[in-house]
Write a protein that binds this ligand. Structure first.
Ligand SMILES: Nc1ncnc2c1ncn2[C@@H]1O[C@H](COP(=O)(O)OP(=O)(O)OP(=O)(O)O)[C@@H](O)[C@H]1O
Ligand SMILES: [Mg+2]
Length: 240
């Protein structure tokens, strides 16, 4: 039988085209003329010095900020000109994780995760099962009744990741998700994000942790003063 070459079709999930962002009160552009794209299945690190523009890039992706110039497309949405009911629809297709976890302190781990389902109008009868499944996935099945104050930083971040994942988003955006964690918890959270990516979710992770970036051998976008100065996928012979 002849061998038929398999065509690998990698649809673009995130596309920045000549994107600049100036904040009204900012001294200079936070993001300047950035062009890149992220395809289905990718894991991407976003690195750069403090103030380089990493969080701004993520905010542009989840529609918290609009570009001053250029075009931002995420999961088929044009973030620069989202209609009134499109922002919640975009957000439903994204999981977002922050450095400071942002859990509700007066709710258990399970209730924090359930909240994300309630907020998107899930049927009440399916919620407990989905919450249990995703807490199991992040390795916290035995902590579902714990409150955030009863959990370690790494465990709290796992709850936050479970909450971000519970709606099965095709894209997970993480802004310094390991910034408050020690080395061991950092490795655990990174391993979890890697598993999530292996299951098909695009992951974009902003980080200062160059040790992690060096060892992980994943695509890396480096920013300096708002500009994209390095994209490891542009290296010869390396597939994005
Ligand atoms: N809401 C805002 N208003 C005005 N300027 C802002 C605002 N948010 C960020 N900036 C400025 O934009 C630039 C980029 O900030 P951003 O938070 O994106 O950087 P960062 O790479 O995430 O930094 P860090 O590593 O410290 O988190 C900085 O110069 C910052 O002062
Ligand atoms: Mg930041």
């Amino acid at each position: 039988m002849p061998v038929i070459p398999r065509l690998v079709y990698l649809p673009v999930v995130i596309r920045f085209t000549k994107v600049s962002k100036r904040y009204p009160t900012g001294t200079g552009p936070a993001v300047e003329a950035m062009t890149f794209h992220v395809g289905r299945g990718e894991f991407v690190f976003l690195t750069g010095h403090s103030g380089a523009g990493k969080s701004t890039v993520l905010k542009l992706m989840y529609g918290e900020e609009r570009p001053t110039e250029g075009d931002v497309r995420v999961s088929g949405f044009g973030v620069g000109h989202l209609g009134r009911d499109e922002l919640p629809r975009l957000r439903r297709r994204l999981g977002i994780v922050f450095q400071d976890f942002r859990l509700l302190e007066d709710r258990t781990a399970a209730e924090n995760v359930a909240f994300a389902l309630e907020a998107t109008g899930s049927r009440a009868d399916v919620i407990p099962q989905r919450v249990a499944r995703v807490l199991e996935q992040v390795g916290l099945a035995n902590k579902s009744e714990s409150f955030p104050r009863e959990l370690s930083g790494g465990e709290q971040q796992r709850v936050a990741i479970a909450r971000a994942l519970v709606n099965d988003p095709p894209v997970l955006l993480a802004d310094e998700p390991t910034g408050n964690l020690d080395e061991r918890a950092t490795r655990g959270v990174f391993a979890l994000l890697t598993d999530i990516n292996a299951a098909g979710t695009v992951v974009v992770m902003a980080t200062h942790d160059l040790d992690l970036v060096r060892h992980a051998a994943r695509r890396t976008l480096e920013m300096r003063d708002g500009r994209l100065v390095y994209d490891s996928s542009a290296d010869a012979g390396v597939d994005p």
